[in-house]
Design a binder for this molecule. Structure first.
Ligand SMILES: *Cc1c(COP(=O)(O)O)cnc(C)c1O
Length: 366
């Protein structure tokens, strides 16, 4: 795919932009995924012209042909990445080249076109150029970008679509844990898997999420906030939560996470935590972990902490693991020390309060 000619953007300002006062009211209590900024990025693709028609325009509904492939065959992928406001007012994002590369891998698996990584990063800059005022400045707040791509060719035959569109929308996000970081309970799903061997588990696609919603509802009915999925072949090894990777901390100080199995989504938070832990001299292991090892390890005290991680919630301590016939861990216990210090180290880098040793930050407003 050619990366020689950068796309040029046509920018059309919304005539329905919120007033500064309206925006401030939303930024004061943004929640998550509830409010959207005034503009969006759109780029079109077809098999003849490639990527073209890049624009920033008013945020608003899409006009889709009812025969658009995405509506019938789920040919869709997405990303999740944040913009952070630093103390001096500047706006930064975290490892966007990794998200851009992952969007390309997801595109390959879903037979969608690959957007050049530089264009992915540029699309975030373009949105910040018009909607930068939507990046909140309070502690642990951010602007969450949701880049996504859909197949929008109007054709019901089953094959990869010859037309697609890429969009970026953005939503201000408050602190994920409004009352301070608190351990959550996790439900073990044994009836369902989120992804199959050879399936789309390693791609960030809507279909994986659709498959996780019924078990997620089951989890909530059991008083849990998230689902843990096991490997789809033997139903024995830990994979991940519906939208977060999982880590265990051992008494001997080592950090363990399930190795990438082909059906696990490779989180950028996961890879950053692995790096930070290695930098600390911790023993870091990516390997197969059985459910039995987790249950026994928590019961014996061998496993001292567990946490989940992803861009939205950063790092979430897991207090308890529940299944139909067992439960381990104590939800009322305080969040683990290693968990909380890794969480703090990562957020300090993201918010510009600690040195960016690995060159992970990219400035978006300059
Ligand atoms: C996005 C996602 C993650 C976390 O990835 P990050 O890059 O850390 O945000 C983990 N699992 C699944 C299934 C995901 O979709």
């Amino acid at each position: 795919m050619s990366t020689a000619t950068p796309l040029s953007y046509r920018v059309t300002h919304s005539d329905k932009s919120r007033t500064p006062a309206e925006r401030q009211a939303m930024l004061a209590a943004p929640g998550f995924g509830k409010y959207f900024t005034d503009h969006m990025v759109a780029i079109r693709w077809d098999s003849e012209q490639g990527w073209h028609g890049a624009e920033v325009r008013a945020y608003g509904p899409l006009l889709l042909d009812p025969a658009a492939a995405v509506l019938h065959y789920g040919q869709e992928i997405f990303e999740g990445i944040k913009a952070y406001r630093h103390a001096d007012g500047s706006i930064w994002t975290f490892r966007p080249q990794s998200n851009g590369a992952r969007l390309q891998r997801s595109a390959r698996r879903l037979a969608l076109p690959e957007l050049p990584v530089a264009e992915f990063v540029e699309s975030l800059r373009q949105l910040i150029a018009v909607d930068g005022d939507w990046v909140p400045g309070e502690v642990e707040t951010s602007l969450y970008f949701r880049p996504f791509m859909i197949a929008d060719e109007a054709f019901l035959g089953v094959r990869a679509a010859k037309k697609a569109s890429y969009y970026v929308i953005a939503s201000p996000a408050g602190p994920y844990f409004a009352k301070g970081v608190a351990p959550v309970a996790i439900w073990l799903s044994t009836d369902y898997a989120r992804a199959a061997k050879g399936g789309t588990g390693a791609a960030k696609c809507g279909g994986n999420y659709a498959a996780s919603l019924l078990p997620q509802r089951e989890a909530v009915a059991q008083g849990c906030s998230q689902v843990l999925f096991l490997d789809p072949v033997e139903g024995k090894y830990l994979e991940e939560l519906g939208g977060m990777n999982v880590f265990l901390v051992f008494k001997d100080g080592s950090l363990v996470t399930p190795e990438l199995s082909g059906s696990i989504l490779e989180g950028i938070t996961r890879s950053s935590i692995l790096q930070l832990a290695r930098d600390r001299g911790m023993q870091v292991v990516e390997r197969k972990v059985t459910l039995q090892e987790w249950r026994d390890g928590v019961a014996s005290g061998e496993i001292t902490e567990a946490f989940a991680c992803g861009t939205a919630a950063v790092v979430t301590p897991i207090g308890q693991l529940k299944g139909t016939d067992f439960s381990v861990g104590d939800l009322s216990a305080a969040a683990g020390k290693v968990t909380m210090s890794l969480r703090k180290e990562l957020t300090e880098i993201q918010y510009g309060n600690a040195p960016d040793r690995h060159g992970w930050l990219v400035r978006l407003d300059a």
